[in-house]
Design a protein around this ligand. Structure first.
Ligand code: SAM
Length: 283
């Protein structure tokens, strides 16, 4: 396991994932019944953008670095506020030094009665995560294999919840592992909302993954993709997707407003754009 999220925290792919996460949680909070968030690959929780690793890649500068200072029109600013307010709350006024990861964003957007389970396998990141939540009474931090977590933690006792699955995609088998895990998870907890992040390096492989997951679970879904420029050999990640199973009914409309602006703000070259769909593309 070599992956360290410190190199990538706050990049365009993190921004897309966290914007969707914030919108889903904002919706879930509108109903009084408590819910649970299970973050299977939680990372360290908070990242110092002035540190060595983020400095080496500089990826955050073209992600949250651009969005933090962007002038957004009123309706989009309102939709982005839950996410951007959490980023601001992690920093001194007007400064951008720290980037909150998914468990910190989730916790900030949840209520006291909602339960967060944040899981991280890598030892050092797990220790940081544990430190982050040491005072939180309604957060459990675990150090188990995510593929075991989806089996042992589902269904949640609240019977209302969001499962965030955000693997590092280090191995070629990751799409297959992920599809198997989602099948298992949705079999145990069919009414949950699932937010699944995936890289878009090979479009055919990504399409095949989305088709497999959505066919096997037969749940409603929203597939969200954002590309910062056209991909070509040698370039790093230029596009990423978030597959939402059982999405809130308002999510599509909200993202239709957000994505054009997000795509413009994060664009790095020709071929940038976004895609939003709730039916699988026929190839
Ligand atoms: N979700 C985080 C966020 O949005 O801030 C980022 C997570 S990062 C993309 C993926 C994390 O999964 C890494 O911290 C890595 O150490 C961890 N990881 C890798 N394999 C894992 C496994 N089998 N079980 C649990 N965690 C794993």
């Amino acid at each position: 396991m070599n992956y360290r999220h410190d190199y990538h925290a706050g990049n365009f792919a993190d921004v897309v994932k966290h914007v969707v996460l914030a919108r889903v949680l904002t919706y879930m909070k509108q109903k009084p019944r408590p819910f649970r968030v299970i973050d299977t690959h939680a990372g360290a929780g908070r990242y110092d953008l002035s540190g060595l690793e983020p400095g080496k890649t500089g990826e955050w500068q073209d992600g949250i670095g651009r969005l933090f200072d962007a002038e957004l029109p009123g309706p989009v600013a309102d939709l982005m506020a839950p996410y951007l307010d959490v980023v601001r709350a992690a920093n001194d006024p007007g400064q951008l030094r720290y980037y909150p990861g998914s468990p910190v964003i989730a916790r900030q957007l949840m209520r006291f009665e909602d339960v967060l389970v944040a899981n991280e396998l890598q030892g050092q990141d797990f220790e940081r995560l544990k430190g982050e939540f040491r005072r939180s009474k309604t957060t459990t931090v675990l150090n188990i294999d995510a593929w075991h977590a989806v089996k042992s933690l589902l269904p949640p006792k609240e019977r209302r919840g969001l499962v965030l699955i955000d693997p590092p995609f280090e191995s070629r088998e990751e799409f297959d592992n992920l599809a198997t895990a989602v099948a298992e998870a949705t079999r145990r907890f069919a009414t949950g909302t699932y937010l699944i992040w995936y890289p878009l390096k090979h479009e055919v492989a990504a399409d095949r993954f989305v088709a497999a997951v959505t066919a096997q679970s037969e749940l409603e879904f929203l597939d969200v993709r954002l590309s910062v420029c056209a991909a070509f050999a040698g370039l790093g990640l230029t596009a990423a997707g978030v597959l939402v199973l059982n999405p809130p009914y308002v999510l599509r409309e909200e993202l239709e407003a957000i994505l054009p602006l997000l795509s413009e703000t994060l664009a790095e070259g020709a071929g940038h754009g976004y895609l939003l769909r709730n039916a699988v593309l026929e190839r």
